[in-house]
Design a protein around this ligand. Sequence first.
Ligand SMILES: Cc1cc2nc3c(=O)[nH]c(=O)nc-3n(C[C@H](O)[C@H](O)[C@H](O)COP(=O)(O)OP(=O)(O)OC[C@H]3O[C@@H](n4cnc5c(N)ncnc54)[C@H](O)[C@@H]3O)c2cc1C
Length: 272
Amino acid sequence: MVNGYTPASLKEALEIRAAHDVIPYAGGTDLMIGEKRTGAYLFLNRVSELKRVFLEDGILHLGAGCTFTELIEHKMTPALLKEALRLIAAPAIRNEGTIGGNIANGSAKADSALVFFAADAKLKLASVSGERVLPIKEFYLGRKKLDLRGDELITEVLLPTRWLEHYYYQKVGARKALAISRVAFAGLMHIENDVIEHCATAFGAVSDVIIRREDIDAMLIGKTVVQARDAKGDYLGAFERAIVPIKGRVSAEYRKTVCLNLLNDFLVSFGI
Ligand SMILES: Cc1cc2nc3c(=O)[nH]c(=O)nc-3n(C[C@H](O)[C@H](O)[C@H](O)COP(=O)(O)OP(=O)(O)OC[C@H]3O[C@@H](n4cnc5c(N)ncnc54)[C@H](O)[C@@H]3O)c2cc1C
């Protein structure tokens, strides 16, 4: 028998979170297979505020309690996010697993978080004292270390839609399907009148935290495609130095090679 609270509103959920030592429980797909925890759960599945999806001023608000399946089926979900979500696990997990849980699990292998990094999404966090918004990159402080206070919940992902249309996405796993990422890559590119207006990349499952280096991507922004081809060697070299894979089931060398190959494929797919 699992002990817990089942609030029916966000206000109630935040009050319980502040008053008791509880573990937020969304879909349970990570919690149920992780190490045994003591304490009561705060079941979030009846909190309708965490299920909302709406667009406001070019920002898509995705409720943290949306399951992967709900977002795959939602008409407002951008194609890149749908593609990444469709490759997560199997239907049974996608029906229960949520984006809030995927982010709060703190893993650099989280496939929805990878897309949110590439898109420079922000997270809305709420507690009884109020709300705060922070870039997803700042939410991750290290392996399994999050900027999440004991009384807070992730309530929304704020996803800018402006640059999401043209993308390249690859998930490399041990198998074609049902595999946790060994390396995952998401890249966004926007070229207008032959000039690169936006370039953003993110690498998952390589390091303790998803790698997003705006400073390196900036090397290509503002360049024509021909100029970008000239700068390609320096750009790839900068990422070669920046990517320091952790040891895992597969060698660091393998992960780095795959990252650089995916980065090159991304550029080639946009004529660079
Ligand atoms: C067989 C299997 C295959 C999988 N394959 C993949 C895969 O391919 N790609 C992938 O990315 N993941 C995969 N996962 C991992 C998993 O499904 C996800 O990480 C999932 O998104 C977790 O969401 P959840 O709602 O189930 O979270 P839960 O298990 O309920 O919670 C996970 C963590 O998040 C916290 N939490 C949940 N919601 C909130 C909130 N709103 N605010 C603050 N904290 C919160 C919980 O306290 C807990 O620490 C797989 C898991 C399994 C079991």
